[in-house]
Design a protein around this ligand. Structure first.
Ligand SMILES: C[S@@+](CC[C@H](N)C(=O)[O-])C[C@H]1O[C@@H](n2cnc3c(N)ncnc32)[C@H](O)[C@@H]1O
Length: 240
């Protein structure tokens, strides 16, 4: 009978190696095998030098095939190792295809535990010193993406919250800004874009909704777009 190991879906946080949880770091140090995705940084992999490392980074456009492959690899690893870590950027439960991986593992009767991570929105709020909520100004936040599954409409409705945080928005952000303007949002609404959040090459860009609608000149690394009145700079805020 094959070993039936336990799989841990561990959130790596936004990139900096010391922004993983203590539990996540302990599991990395105990893992026999670690399957990691493209957003996991080399510094993080230093925490699991003893483990076999399997890169399962996906390229956009090949999502479904790649995900089926990852699911298969996870099941296969659980049959060969006792402690399997599936390391995902940010938090595993947000835009992390956790549902697909959980289904595949549960269908095989494999035990799974989830270890949360710092999702990029929260890390980007910290990096830019911009709270996403603000008393009297912003009391609702949406984490959303315009990236859709193949069988879904291309332009799902945008959230109507005070603050909007767009994941996977490097290419979509300008179109999103145009749609928000068409829906009546103010052209001078503050926008903050963070590229490579928490990494050595982090970049912060401050725009307005109107300038975002003209396009985003970044997108060499992962990009997070934050929109809303709460993103306005404070009077005495230090430079980025
Ligand atoms: C597939 S989603 C994964 C999100 C992840 N599970 C999380 O909780 O942050 C990938 C998107 O997350 C955002 N992202 C992840 N890491 C980032 C980083 N270090 N800097 C900026 N954006 C990041 C980008 O919007 C990227 O396109």
């Amino acid at each position: 009978m094959a070993v039936l190991g336990k799989v841990y879906l561990v959130g790596a946080g936004p990139g900096a190696a010391d922004l993983i949880t203590v539990r996540g770091a302990r599991l990395l140090a105990q893992a026999e095998v670690v399957l990691y995705d493209a957003l996991v940084t080399p510094g993080m992999l230093e925490l699991c030098k003893q483990a076999e490392l399997i890169s399962v980074g996906k390229r956009s456009g090949q999502r479904s095939a790649a995900q089926a492959d990852i699911n298969g690899q996870l099941v296969d690893c659980a049959r060969r190792y006792r402690t399997v870590v599936r390391l995902k950027g940010g938090d595993p439960m947000l835009f992390g295809r956790a549902d697909e991986e959980l289904r595949a593992l549960e269908a095989e009767g494999i035990e799974v535990e989830i270890v949360p991570g710092i999702t990029t929105a929260v890390a980007a709020a910290a990096a830019t010193r911009q709270p996403l909520t603000k008393r009297g100004v912003a009391r609702s936040v949406a984490f959303f993406t315009s990236s859709t599954a193949p069988d879904q409409p291309d332009h799902p409705a945008l959230p109507e919250t005070d603050t909007l945080v767009q994941y996977m928005g490097g290419r979509e952000a300008a179109a999103t800004a145009e749609r928000l303007l068409a829906e009546g949002r103010r052209p001078d609404l503050p926008v903050v874009v963070v590229e490579n959040c928490s990494r050595a090459d982090q970049r912060i860009l401050r725009l307005t909704l109107a300038t975002l609608a003209h396009g985003l000149d970044m997108a060499h690394g992962p990009v997070l777009v934050m929109i809303g009145e709460a993103l306005a700079r404070r009077a005495h805020q230090a430079p980025d």
